[in-house]
Design a protein around this ligand. Sequence first.
Ligand code: SAM
Ligand code: SF4
Length: 342
Amino acid sequence: MLEKSTNLNSGRQLIDPFDRDITYLRISVTDRCDFRCVYCMSENMTFLPKTSLLTLEELYRLASIFVDCGITKIRLTGGEPLVRKNLLWLIENLSEKMGNTNLEEITITTNGSQLVKFAADLAKNNIKRINVSIDTLDDILFKKITRWGILSKVLDGIKAAQDVGIRVKINTVALKGINDQEIPSIIKWAHTNGMDISLIETMPMGDIDGDRTENYLPLSEYRNFLERELTLTPSNYNTGGPSRYYNCQETGGILGLITPLSHNFCADCNRVRITSTGKMYMCLGQNDSADFNKLMRSGASDREIIRLIHHSINLKPKSHDFRIDKYNNAPAVDRHMSVTGG
Ligand code: SAM
Ligand code: SF4
């Protein structure tokens, strides 16, 4: 039987050595996925052995302790979070914590392929916002980018989520020579359909079949191209993350630019990440990690886990080391984005 975690809030918030308040936990619930996006994975991936994954009960215990330490927002991601078996159990249990603990919000980042099936249950469990990744609205290009995905299924999934009242934000990876010409119409499509959208630069994480530098599009420069069609003015909207937001005059919608490479915003970083195997990475672009799997499976008490959380937050680095140019085309970190959770 699962023991509900008692509130062991030490009264301390999670504040790192650079005075950043860590309130946001991203959990990669699986590194597996039903797509194979070209910038994210190679076609033949070797995934983590299932025995090394934390069980959902272990993930719940760990997340609960983080909440007791001051985490207010949890994002479930992956890999594709909705392919993890029984994920709804974790969502149900975490959602019971909202309103009576520090936890204020649970969100999900998904490729949308399973949303038709899950949207109603997500809404029932207090999921009010999700991010869905779409890099093109062209069926054939969608298949090329995701290798295994079907665009119409994702669009049906978005509609299913909106029909049950979930707010959808679109994430689009900007890919030079692939979707750069189409992005203005993707922005208009998102805004016309009541969705905000963020553009993301490719990050050098994990080996893929090709070379990412070919498709790297620095968004700081790309903005000039966008502004030929759209009038963008800086917005006060802020999620405490790496995105900078702009109001788009023509559509009335919000556009986020996530520019970890061309302009890094590490000074505002408020997050840490847990992998499906229970490793905590203090920074997406660095290799330092803390192993909660080993600690939990050795029978550690909640207090020992809290001690490791505080110890690790004290080691959070000032910034990542990502660089991507013709001299730096190897991955900056070996693990794929799907392991740490994008
Ligand atoms: N499968 C879900 C999805 O695609 O939304 C969640 C996990 S995915 C790793 C999270 C986000 O990371 C997606 O928006 C995806 O496009 C982005 N992503 C994956 N690999 C990336 C990379 N190397 N650089 C930049 N973004 C990446
Ligand atoms: Fe899967 Fe998301 Fe990576 Fe695409 S970006 S392969 S959907 S984890």
